[in-house]
Design a protein around this ligand. Structure first.
Ligand code: ADE
Length: 252
């Protein structure tokens, strides 16, 4: 049976994932706790990505080399970049880019040196499955989330977007920086700190990757307030609902 890695960005999400695995066993490698178990009949390995590109790449490499995973699914939160991507929306990645990669003038801006590319693709089939699961999971999750946990947001209007996610080793928490990023990468829907690094590792190894990010903040001057509120209250409910739906439908 193929093993699926479930990579969470936050402790709250991992705890919620582990609550769905009746038989998880812990193994520690490289200071990381990897939890092997089952969910909807799939053999899964759940782990925290850790924060930032290097940490996430180490986690992804360990998942492949030590745990032999054949697919990866990442869940977490991100800052909204494109003007129509609001807090509470969901972004499913089709492509990833490192917004802080710059070896110019030796290589074009954003290109990963010696790889001849700036963008790394998400896996088509796994991503299509995630896109199908996301709206259903969103509706189910909102139906069971008490109104006082909606943080005053119009979550009933939340949308599922698909497209480019930008990763870099910065928590973007200033409107000016967010606007500069939007201008430099107008296609980027959201910004976070891990997925493009994981995508590069998956590309090297030929391992399919899909990623879904809920928008916790707008990567602006209010991000440092919006981000913790969202992850304490809503984020893990979203992630688990999407994974639950995805794994229920995914062929083993
Ligand atoms: N993850 C969630 N919000 C983010 C932000 N504003 N910048 C980087 N990563 C994030």
């Amino acid at each position: 049976m193929s093993r699926i890695a479930l990579i969470s960005a936050m402790h709250e999400e991992l705890a919620a994932v582990l609550a769905r695995m009746p038989d998880e066993q812990k193994t520690v490698v490289a200071g990381r706790e990897f939890w092997i178990g089952h969910w909807h009949g799939h053999e899964v390995v759940a782990v925290l990505s850790r924060i930032g590109k290097v940490a996430a790449a180490t986690t992804a490499t360990t998942l492949i080399e030590r745990f032999g995973v054949s697919r990866m699914v990442f869940t977490g939160v991100a800052g909204g970049l494109a003007p129509h991507v609001n807090v509470g929306d969901v972004v499913v990645a089709r492509e990833f880019i490192q917004h802080d990669m710059d070896a110019s003038p030796l290589f074009p801006r954003y290109e990963v040196p010696l790889m001849g590319r700036a963008r790394f693709p998400a896996d088509l089939a796994l991503t299509d499955a995630l896109v199908a699961a996301a709206p259903v999971a969103l509706d189910a999750m909102l139906a069971s989330l008490p109104r006082h946990d909606w943080l005053g947001l119009d979550l009933a209007a939340a949308r599922v977007h698909q497209g480019l996610i930008a990763s870099g080793d910065r928590f973007v928490s200033q409107t000016a920086e967010s606007q500069a990023l939007q201008q430099a990468l107008p296609e980027a829907l959201a910004v976070e700190m891990e997925c493009a690094a994981i995508a590069q590792v998956c590309y090297d190894y030929g391992v399919p990757l899909a990623a879904v990010r809920t928008i916790s903040d707008r990567a602006d001057d209010a991000a440092h307030v919006d981000f913790p509120r969202f992850i304490q209250t809503i984020a893990s409910h979203y992630s688990v609902a999407v994974l639950d739906r995805l794994l229920a439908q995914l062929p083993a």
